[in-house]
Design a protein around this ligand. Structure first.
Ligand SMILES: *Cc1c(COP(=O)(O)O)cnc(C)c1O
Length: 235
């Protein structure tokens, strides 16, 4: 087996074990392979070993890969910061967007979603750690924003996404993930169709699953460390 295939297997085992430890069903957790900076061949290999969901951060890079992998039935997720002049291409090419954090972007995605495609699945990104430089709406803004976004015709609001502040402090990490779960459960009463809590990366996937994540976004644990200098990361 190749190392990517082995990694996929061991990440699958970790997810299953974390789910069972949390008295959850492993099938209720979706693995999103975060493939920024990875080559189309690496994605193809993972796909051939059963991985269907891929997450990308940089628009031009992802369009190149979509073109190269046109023969595969990949579900594409956009997870990077969104500039409003990039919404058309995102609306035309992706199945999911996890990083919606303001009304203007949601409106543009809805307007620009081609009628020939199903509604665009979206998550509202929450800046759960209140970091000034980070994307995501503030927790206090989420409900009002969702009320507006939910009226847009070509979007299917699936839930919430967060990238908690990187920290070695396990308690702080857990607190942020738990706060996300509490917010998700509260909003789910208003939006029973919510089925997605997108959180957990290579370093915190087990805690995230314990705190209710339904989709974990994993890059490094699948592909190894990223080498940014070798790739062009222009949007
Ligand atoms: C890069 C990235 C990930 C994956 O992070 P790893 O630590 O490599 O697993 C997850 N989510 C987002 C939004 C990312 O940009």
């Amino acid at each position: 087996m190749t190392s990517i295939a082995e990694n996929l297997k061991s990440v699958g085992t970790l997810i299953n074990q974390a789910a069972l430890d949390a008295h959850r069903r492993p099938v209720d957790i979706t693995l999103l392979a975060v493939s920024k900076t990875r080559t189309a061949d690496e994605l193809r290999e993972l796909y051939l070993h059963g991985q269907k969901h891929f997450g990308e951060n940089y628009l031009q890079e992802s369009l190149d890969k979509m073109f190269a992998l046109d023969d595969l039935a990949i579900t594409w997720h956009f997870i990077g910061p969104i500039q409003s002049n990039k919404t058309r291409s995102i609306a035309e090419n992706f199945d999911w967007v996890h990083s919606v954090d303001r009304l203007k972007v949601a409106q543009r995605l809805s307007e620009q979603r081609p009628q020939s495609l199903p509604s665009l699945n979206i998550c509202l990104q929450i800046n759960i750690s209140g970091e000034e430089s980070k994307s995501g709406c503030l927790p206090t803004e989420a409900e009002a924003l969702l009320n507006q976004i939910d009226t847009l015709p070509n979007l299917n609001v699936r839930g919430l996404m967060a990238i908690p502040a990187a920290t070695d402090d396990t308690l702080a990490q857990q607190a942020a993930l738990a706060a996300m779960q509490a917010m998700y459960i509260k909003l789910q009463k208003q939006y029973p169709k919510f089925d997605t809590l997108s959180m957990g990366m290579s370093g915190d996937m087990q805690i995230a699953i314990r705190e209710g994540a339904t989709m974990v976004r994993i890059g490094t644990a699948l592909f190894g460390p990223r080498h940014y200098t070798k790739t062009k990361n222009s949007n």
